[in-house]
Design a protein around this ligand. Structure first.
Ligand code: ASP
Length: 336
């Protein structure tokens, strides 16, 4: 077998976290070299690794600029001969990073995101197994044209579906409704589905437009909605109840917001698609669409916020272009 080259970059996360003297709890200290040194079985693979420590962050503090820098680095690796790239980060925002990077990943070669639920000092730490599996996926000729994938707990998940669904379990990553794209067993990579069409957006020169994500709740106060047109936001995503609904009170605040910015309705349930024509009451999908609200379908609230942000950046906020792009990409993410 010809030797493959895989690049491994680290942004931080539990997988890199150790306890500092006199401090309670762990924080990110390890870099790529130390992580790779802890992986048993790597020397048996026919792979050359290039290692880069990109940052030592907790994933809740990752910003778009870190992701764009990681993207530039990952593209350089493929352009200079890597057959795949592994990016290591914390699991708390892993699903968002995966989807964000997938919007900008133009290569057939895989960009594989991984992390760990248990830090290296814990019994049964999962970092080494996850990193080994991620490298195996990055080497695999079977994982081409799938964009960005997440490898955790021996499963491979597509960026558009993957979700962290448990606070501490090793089996926290799931792809509700669709299931994993594949898995790794005895070092072999199994893939269940053909590649899906993906949105690929231009890397923006500025990322200033902001999108607000609000989860609507029972008997919600409406002050924030009323103030929104005068705040510095260019888009609103609502994590609605059920299949994409809000209360009558919240619904009545939406027309001036829609005048100012696109409003997209998602579901806060965590699984399944919004509906289009089931409910006709005030605040439900038929009424909301008549007001100009866009239904997101299967895309979850957090990923919808990222998609809308990327579209706003790509179109410099031009409303007509934003709506056209939204229609195109939401259709693509709902073509099942
Ligand atoms: N709990 C996190 C993790 O699993 C910490 C983080 O997201 O950085 O990595």
């Amino acid at each position: 077998m010809t030797k493959r080259m895989v690049a491994v970059g680290t942004l931080g996360g539990t997988i890199t976290m150790t306890a500092k003297d006199n401090e309670k709890g762990v924080s990110s200290t390890l870099g790529a070299e130390q992580l790779v040194a802890s992986v048993p079985g790597l020397s048996a693979l026919s792979v050359d690794l290039r290692l880069h420590t990109l940052a030592n962050l907790a994933s809740g503090s990752i910003q778009f600029e870190h992701l764009f820098a990681a993207l530039t680095w990952a593209k350089q690796q493929i352009d200079s001969g890597a057959s795949g790239v592994v990016l290591v980060q914390g699991t708390d925002t892993l699903e968002e990073s995966a989807f964000f990077l997938d919007l900008y990943w133009p290569y057939a070669a895989p960009l594989v995101l991984t992390g760990a639920m248990r830090s290296p000092n814990k019994a049964g730490a999962d970092g080494p197994a996850n990193l080994l599996a991620a490298i195996q996926v990055a080497m695999s000729p079977k994982v081409r044209n799938h964009g960005v994938v997440v490898v955790m707990n021996d499963e491979i998940h597509q960026a558009r579906f993957v979700k962290k669904a448990h606070t501490v379990s090793l089996a926290t990553f799931t792809s509700p409704v669709f299931g994993p794209l594949g898995y790794i067993q005895e070092g072999g990579v199994r893939i269940f589905r053909a590649p899906s069409e993906r949105a690929i957006l231009p890397v923006p020169s500025q990322t200033s437009d902001k999108v607000l994500l609000i989860e609507t709740v029972l008997d919600e106060a409406t002050e924030l909605y009323s103030a929104l047109p005068s705040l510095n936001y260019q888009g609103l995503v609502i994590a609605g109840v059920g299949s994409g609904h809000v209360s009558e009170k919240v619904r009545d605040t939406l027309p001036p917001i829609i005048q100012k910015m696109p409003v997209i309705m998602t579901s806060r349930t965590g699984s399944g698609s919004t509906t289009n024509a089931v409910y006709g009451y005030k605040g439900a999908e038929v009424d909301l669409q008549q007001l100009g609200v866009i239904m997101a379908g299967f895309l979850c609230p957090r990923k919808t916020r990222l998609l809308l942000s990327a579209i706003l950046w790509a179109t410099q906020g031009n409303r007509q272009q934003v709506e056209q792009a939204l229609q195109k990409y939401l259709h693509l993410y709902n073509a099942y």
